[in-house]
Design a protein around this ligand. Structure first.
Ligand code: AMP
Length: 216
């Protein structure tokens, strides 16, 4: 099963990815998490992308495509994978198609800009696992602490309001065109499903809507 989740920053892709990946036993491939891991480890890649990420701009397509090319060759990807935060541009989508990947599902999670700003400013992350919480909508059992490991949660640098607005602009300009791209592709290819799911309401209700798409 090969799935792409498309949606603005804070649309809930990462949260929903966790449920899908557990259920279908496929790895969650988040380019954002991979880049953040490189930044915290201080690798040459991390040093190169740190300021770009902090500004809310996109890392170059070449760098991202190389990361994905290597990642999907790993043995845990043999039964499929879920891509979260990739592709982000038409050039990345074309690059993925050139790798010969045949997708089963592309699911858009649709959320308004105002809602995204509310969500991201309250978002907290467990850096080790990528687990995501929200101070109001999905709080951990203990304030500021990851449920599974007991380690501290952090707020991402790019979850500051001015950076969120920049990320939304980048999303509308560079990533939103992928929705038509994949909708068109799906209408010409019966092996692939495209669906758009409203990303508002409880986490569980959105999960159920995604499940209905995957059951089709
Ligand atoms: P995310 O966690 O997916 O919101 O990604 C955080 C940041 O990492 C983005 O704002 C970009 O700077 C960078 N990034 C993540 N994925 C990509 C991608 N597919 N293409 C370009 N930049 C990316």
């Amino acid at each position: 099963m090969k799935i792409i989740l498309v949606g603005g920053p804070g649309s809930g892709k990462g949260t929903q990815a966790q449920f899908i990946c557990q259920k279908y036993k496929i790895p969650q491939i988040s380019t954002g998490d991979m880049l953040r891991a490189a930044v915290s480890a201080g690798t040459p890649l991390g040093l190169k992308v740190k300021s770009i990420m902090e500004s809310g701009a996109l890392v170059s397509d070449d760098v991202i495509l190389e990361l994905i090319r290597e990642r999907i060759q790993q043995p845990d990807c043999k039964n499929g994978f879920l891509l979260d935060g990739f592709p982000r541009t038409l050039a990345q989508a074309d690059g993925l198609a050139e790798m010969g990947i045949s997708l089963d599902y592309v699911i858009e999670i649709d959320v308004s800009d105002d809602e995204i700003i509310k969500r991201l400013s309250g978002r907290r992350v467990h850096p080790g696992s990528g687990r995501i919480y929200h101070v109001t909508f999905n709080p951990p059992r203990q304030n500021g602490i990851d449920d599974e490991t007991g380690e501290p949660l952090i707020q991402r640098e790019d979850d500051q309001v001015d950076v969120i607005k920049q990320r939304l602009e980048v999303y509308h300009q560079q990533t939103e065109p992928l929705i038509n791209y994949y909708a068109d592709k799906a209408s010409n290819d019966s092996s692939m499903t495209f669906a758009s799911v409203a990303g508002t309401g409880s986490v569980d209700s959105i999960t159920r809507k995604i499940q209905q798409v995957l059951d089709r």
